[in-house]
Design a protein. Structure first.
Lengths: 155, 247
């Protein structure tokens, strides 16, 4: 194993989830705990909060730069697609962070709109606790283990 | 056309549109609004199953299992309802559809099922029909899948697809050598969620209601042939002249 690989193993990854449904958020937190993933989960309740988190505004002055963003497509205030557009705008500082769109439906229009606005993946919302743990393991094995993400902190 | 007739047509058109809208809203509510609480129940039940389940009494375990299974069943049914509601046929988009090619595709999609059951599918001379390829593919997919699923124990399924003309149109016949449909159930097979295997949610009947809706969208119909005794035979009836096969 190379040092870089070892270092990758030791790192924790910050995942930012925007989810307005409190119950879903609760289960997400429990599932992340249960999966014992190397992912540190941060949850915000809507798109506006997500943008504040990224910009370290208000109460988020100590929030880390996430390695991965997961957005529920149906949210009040700033909805999923609008939030995605802000993150992926040409002059955005955050456009290199992979964004996974989550939705309860597989409506073609939602899927098309997400990718047209540079979403990195579109996934169906987990349908239960077991499914959610599988989702987390899948995220970890793909986005963390297999994929090389850009690094910002010095080693 | 008299002005009255014209008015009536317009009124009926509006009525159809508003009914369609009502149905779409209903399907949307089912798929979106019901999904969230259902997901919560399922998550809660599965969470209990993953945390502390072993320490519970047998009865409590059973109750949690019932919640998990029940939520999964509702979820399956909702997916079917939504997919059923999404079938929309616009005669304006109809084209000549070569049913031979459709059946080849269906056999491709069902390759595993056909191989596992060692099923034989005999396609005789069948015509090109005027319609919608995607939904017609679904009709034959459902019928052949059913024919394989409901085969007699120990008998390899043989499915025969043939056609004949009748005054006013042509019929496609899909016959199998399976268990057949009990006379008492004949009226129910085209109803949603009726199943020949109660208790098995994965078998819940949506295939035949889908076929019915699609055939109606083609101005035709589907029915069971009562005279056929060697299994099940469905007749698909298309109205109008058979389009020429050499287009």
């Amino acid at each position: 194993m190379t040092m870089r690989e070892k270092e990758k193993l030791l790192r924790t990854y910050n995942v930012l989830l925007a989810e307005d449904d409190e119950t879903d958020a609760l289960f997400a937190r429990q599932a992340f705990e249960h999966a014992r993933a190397k992912l540190r989960l941060h949850i915000v309740s809507d798109g506006r909060e997500l943008i504040k988190f990224l910009n370290n505004e208000d109460d988020y002055d100590e929030s880390p730069r996430p390695n991965l963003i997961i957005i529920d497509i149906n949210m009040p205030k700033l909805n999923g697609i609008e939030t995605l557009k802000i993150i992926k705008a040409p002059d955005s500082k955050f456009k290199d962070i992979p964004v996974i769109m989550l939705s309860g439906s597989n409506a073609d229009s939602d899927i098309r709109e997400s990718y047209a606005n540079y979403a990195n993946a579109y996934m169906m919302k987990s349908v239960g606790f077991t499914d959610m743990i599988e989702f987390i393991n899948c995220i970890e094995s793909y986005w963390i283990s297999k994929v090389e993400l850009p690094r910002f902190e010095e080693v | 056309m008299s002005p009255e007739t014209n008015k009536t047509i317009l009124r009926l058109e509006q009525q159809i549109k508003s009914l369609q809208k009502e149905f779409d809203d209903f399907a949307y509510a089912v798929s979106h609004d019901v999904k969230a609480p259902l997901r919560h129940i399922l998550s809660a039940a599965e969470f209990l199953k993953a945390n502390g389940y072993e320490g519970l009494s047998d009865d409590s375990k059973k109750l949690i299992d019932i919640m998990v299974r029940g939520s999964h069943d509702i979820q399956h049914m909702m997916e079917h309802l939504v997919s059923y509601s999404k079938i929309k046929l616009d005669a304006g988009g109809f084209v000549d559809v070569d049913l031979k090619a459709v059946l080849e595709k269906v056999c491709d999609l069902l390759r595993d099922e056909i191989q596992n059951a060692n099923a034989q599918i005999n396609v005789e001379d069948i015509p090109v029909v005027f319609g919608h390829e995607g939904t017609l593919t679904r009709v034959f997919y459902n019928l052949i899948e059913n024919a394989i699923k409901f085969s007699k124990d120990g008998v390899e399924p043989v499915i025969r697809i043939s056609s004949k003309t009748y005054e006013g149109g042509y019929k496609i016949c899909v016959a199998d050598n399976g268990v057949g449909v009990k006379p008492a159930l004949e009226d129910k097979i085209f109803m949603m969620f009726h199943t020949l295997n109660p208790g098995d949610a994965r078998h819940e009947g949506i295939g035949l209601p889908e076929c019915k809706k699609i055939m109606q969208g083609h101005g035709g119909k589907i029915y069971l042939d009562h005279t056929y005794k060697d299994g099940t035979q469905f007749i698909l009836e298309f109205k109008g002249e058979e389009p020429s096969a050499n287009t």
